[in-house]
Design a protein around this ligand. Sequence first.
Ligand code: ATP
Ligand code: MG
Length: 326
Amino acid sequence: MPRRLTGFTPSGHLHLGNYLGAMRPIIDGQATGDTVVFISDLHALTLDHDPREVRDRTLEFATLLLAAGLDPDACLFMVQSHVPEHAELHYLLECVTGYGEAQRMIQFKEKSRRQEQVRMSLLTYPILMAADILLYDTAEVPVGDDQRQHVELARDLAVRFNGRYGETFTVPRTVNPPVAARVMDLSAPKEKMSKSTSAAAGALRLLDEPAHLRRKIMRAVTDAGTTVTYDPDQSPGVANLLDILAGCTGAQPGALAAGFDRYGDLKHAVADAVVETLAPIQRRYVELAADPDHVRDVLRTGARKARAIAADKVRRTEAAIGLLPA
Ligand code: ATP
Ligand code: MG
């Protein structure tokens, strides 16, 4: 099995899109695959941040992943900053990255336009992401369109480093997450549901109370028509509700559409399905959150396992690039 890696940046609140699009596929595949999952706390420092929030979310995200069924014995599961080799490899990879190459990243251009003070780390963040990927000989990175260019950079850096200094890194490739797993914002169904840009009403947060989830779904934007059809271009709001129902039940969104005459009935069915999907995760979260020391122990063990792999990769990279071994 090719090794796959996914990171969750601890800012904002994890939502149903993160669950259906990333968490659940990882958990479903963990028994048979070779999986690396990490909380990318260093990436949360690239934009204006609140220290306490980053710390609290790091523990919350780790707890939620475990509550959703992530098995730390079946995969490599850790916090990025607990493995200092991420930062070490980041620097070494900076030495094979062009300044113009980093500046060309579309996400940097977009995010820096919105900031008054742009942090240097926002410019170099794709290089840190390349380090995350290359440190573990990752073969496949499941990402959406917004991250594709960054995985391309990781590929370019791996090929360049191997060519100049000798075979050191596995060259990774992007794989598409399942299309139907892309959950859209409930109030702006042409935009994806997002931790950082969705307003509270647009995102179904994994830790929202059931009544709150229902209220948001009942208020979701639908379309001018009245019949329930699956047409993501013409009726993105209704199509999103059908996709969510499909994601929660395993049925096909087109087939589900035929079962509803009115938007209201569809919304009730979606609310039931979402509440039912999240209830066991929320229950388990409450249990795990009562014992944060246990979760932190799991993360410490994960970091130890990750370091055993990562330290070896950094040593080999240092030797290849010309550093004298200590
Ligand atoms: P941000 O707005 O901070 O980028 P995000 O909601 O996009 O937050 P990420 O931390 O960037 O979340 O992504 C974590 C994982 O969740 C990634 O694998 C990403 O592809 C997946 N993901 C994010 N949003 C969605 C969505 N709306 N539908 C399906 N999958 C998603
Ligand atoms: Mg994102």
